[in-house]
Each structure stands twice: as structure tokens, then as C-alpha cells.
Write a protein that binds this ligand. Sequence first.
Ligand code: GSH
Length: 253
Amino acid sequence: MATPTLIVFAISHYCEKARWALDYLGVNYAVKHIAPGVHHQLAKKLGAPGSSLPILVLSGQGDQEFIQGSSAIIDWAEANKAADARSLAPQINQQQALDMERRLDDVLGVHVRRFYYSEALVDYPQSVRPIFTRDLTLLQRWLVTAAWGGIRKRMIKGMDLGPEQGMQSRELVVTEMEWLDGLLADGRSFLSGDTLSRVDITAASLLAPLVQPEQHPAYGDIQIGPKVAAACKQWEQQTCLQWTRAIYQKNRG
Ligand SMILES: N[C@@H](CCC(=O)N[C@@H](CS)C(=O)NCC(=O)O)C(=O)O
């Protein structure tokens, strides 16, 4: 089998989720960073139903086979994991675990992102560009820099960003963190069962922008606006964020 290629935006927490799972499951793959905008062309060329990343391209030739979406990529990685890798499949309550992963993806992930971008892209767009140009080819870096105004506008419209929207998302992030804190209140190490599972990787990746763990492959130089920075400071001792730090430390080599 040709080495699969994971197409990512460095900043994306869903891309981090897929990347972490592939690493943990010992899959041999390459990472390709892509410019926003260029990713639309790639998704179209592949025949993907939507344009969102991550996408795992499986065939080296013709680019016909691909998997789109972090959860589907984990399903594939689980079926193709290294012989000596430990599984990320939840060992008990599989349906409950699936529901938790879906809630994390559809609510927490979306609103952490909207809370962050509602400040960063609206008020401090230049702070976002470096992470979007990170690890791109020279040509794509130039393209992003030249088209930054338009990219920013499309992202603001696409994610419905703004000061009020940021506050709404902040509230929803608080609600979701309280839900996670409730689950972790009995001192358990993992969200589902007694071993690290894909639910843990999902929660920790999607919370990582609020924690910026040093083990994260891309957040080393991310700049956070003052409102989001103040919230992160206020939430520092929150159980699920401390848990995220610990999960990263122990499981993201
Ligand atoms: N639920 C999806 C969400 C993926 C997603 O929202 N990706 C964003 C980056 S964080 C994206 O690619 N947005 C650009 C687009 O949709 O064209 C997953 O888990 O893969």
C-alpha cells in the first residue's frame, strides 16, 4: 500500500485529532499542509462531498481513494493500525462513546473554533496568518499572503464570526466544559472506560486551543487575542483543561 497522505491545516483541531490517532495507532503516513482556498480545489479533484479537512488520501496515483473527516479517518486507522499498537476503540458502552464523540465534534469543536476566530480573525487577523502559512510551499505561502483579505472575509462569513457570536460560542464552550467536568468529577482518567480511547483524543484535541499543550505539533507559535487569553487564564484550573494537559503529556509523544 502506498503511504497515505493526511491533508491538514496546521491550526485545525479536527486535523490534530486525526493526526494524533494516526500517530497513536502507528500508521505510516505523510502530512501535507495546504493553503485555505487550495483545499477547495483538492477536495473537488478528489470528488469529496465537502471541502473540509482533514482528508486522508490513500492512493499515491490518481488520488481516487480518500477518507474525509476525523472520525472516519480514525475508523480507517483502527482497521489499519500497526500490529503492536494499542486500539483506540472504546472498550465498553460503544454507543455512548460514539454519542460523546459526536457531541464533542458537533458542539465543543465548533464553538471553541468560533470563540477563538471571532476575536482573532475579526480583530487580529495578522496573528492568524502565520499559522495558516506554516509549512506551506513557497508558492502557497505567497498565495495566502496575497489573498489574505479575501480568505479572511470568507472565513468570517463561513463561520459566522463577530463579537456577539464569539460571546455565544463562549457560553456554549462553558456548558460543554461543565459537561466534561461532570464526567471527570469521579477522578477517572479516561472519558470512556479504563483505557485511552478515541473519545479522549477527540476531547483533548478539540480543547487544545484553550490549553496549547507543548506536545501539540503546531501551536508553539500561535498568538491568542486578549479576550480569549483572559478566558483561558480564568479557566486554567477547570478539571477538563487540566485533564487535557495531562492527556497530552502522557499520550502525545
Ligand atoms: N467534523 C469534521 C469537521 C472538519 C472541519 O470543520 N474542518 C475545517 C477546519 S477546522 C475545514 O476544513 N474548514 C474549511 C472547509 O470546510 O472548507 C471533522 O471532524 O473532520
